[in-house]
Write a protein that binds this ligand. Structure first.
Ligand code: PEP
Length: 251
């Protein structure tokens, strides 16, 4: 039985002080009631240390939103996996569609970043997802398949990786994939992973859904056999909503 995982991606929201407040609110809203579910929060780089101090000693994990594929050097504006590890992060999100869309990330750079994060002992939330145009032209399967294959190229052990299926058309738009639409792609990913890594690795792999998950739709999505939790954007900025989503995953 796979343990569900719910992570709040705070994106470019909240100052350091606001992040501390939200982290404290999340802890209070969660209470002790989430033992069935792994939980993480992903503040901005700037707030990792201070939000990390707030959640220290709790079961909530500190997650970063991206990392570079070198340890250090002339990469203005970037942060390395080694630095994230030293800052107390246990995981990092890689290949988010906003990184692909606005910052030129490709399957090849995503692959390099995943490899570096793993080598620095970070767990990875590896994001994949098709755009609306791709879905409408019927190429969802082949897009997801090439993102997964190329993103995992040369990686033999995927035990520290969670895949997040995030249809781009559902992120921040209020449009959620129906549970059946999401399940279809999650099953496709698990089948592909079986082909690439064998049945045991595929059955152990957690596949999160992301895209306008809210308290009102979380339970239905998380009830699907291949949906193992959620990567939550907008709703994670409200502690009560985030806690309600975690609760839906904890049953
Ligand atoms: C995300 O950015 O990972 C996400 C799923 O955002 P939202 O929940 O706001 O759609």
């Amino acid at each position: 039985m796979r343990r569900k995982i719910v992570v709040g991606n705070w994106k470019m929201n909240n100052t350091i002080a606001e992040s501390e407040t939200l982290a404290a609110e999340v802890l209070a809203a969660l209470g002790d009631n989430f033992s069935g579910c792994e939980v993480g929060i992903a503040p901005t780089f700037l707030a990792l240390e201070s939000a990390g101090r707030i959640i220290e000693g709790s079961e909530v994990q500190l997650v970063a939103q991206n990392c570079h594929y070198e340890n250090d050097g002339a990469y203005t504006g970037e942060v390395s996996a080694r630095m994230l590890n030293a800052a107390g992060c246990s995981s990092v999100i890689i290949g988010h569609s906003e990184r692909r869309q606005y910052f030129g990330e490709t399957n090849a750079t995503v692959n390099l970043r995943i490899k570096k994060a793993l080598s620095e002992a970070l767990n990875v939330i590896f994001c994949v997802g098709e755009t609306l145009a791709e879905r409408e032209s019927g190429v969802t399967g082949s897009i997801i398949s090439s993102q997964v294959r190329e993103g995992l190229e040369g990686i033999s052990d995927i035990s520290a990786i969670v895949i997040a299926y995030e249809p781009v058309w559902a992120i921040g738009t209020g449009k959620t994939a129906s549970s059946a639409q999401a399940e279809e792609v999650h099953l496709l990913i698990r089948t592909l992973i079986t082909e690439l890594y064998g049945d045991a690795a595929a059955q152990a792999l957690r596949i999160q859904y992301g895209g306008s998950v809210k308290p009102s739709n979380a339970a239905e999505l998380f009830a699907m056999p291949n949906i193992d939790g959620g990567l939550i954007g907008g709703a994670s900025l409200n502690a009560a909503d985030f806690a309600a989503i975690v609760k839906a995953a904890s049953h």
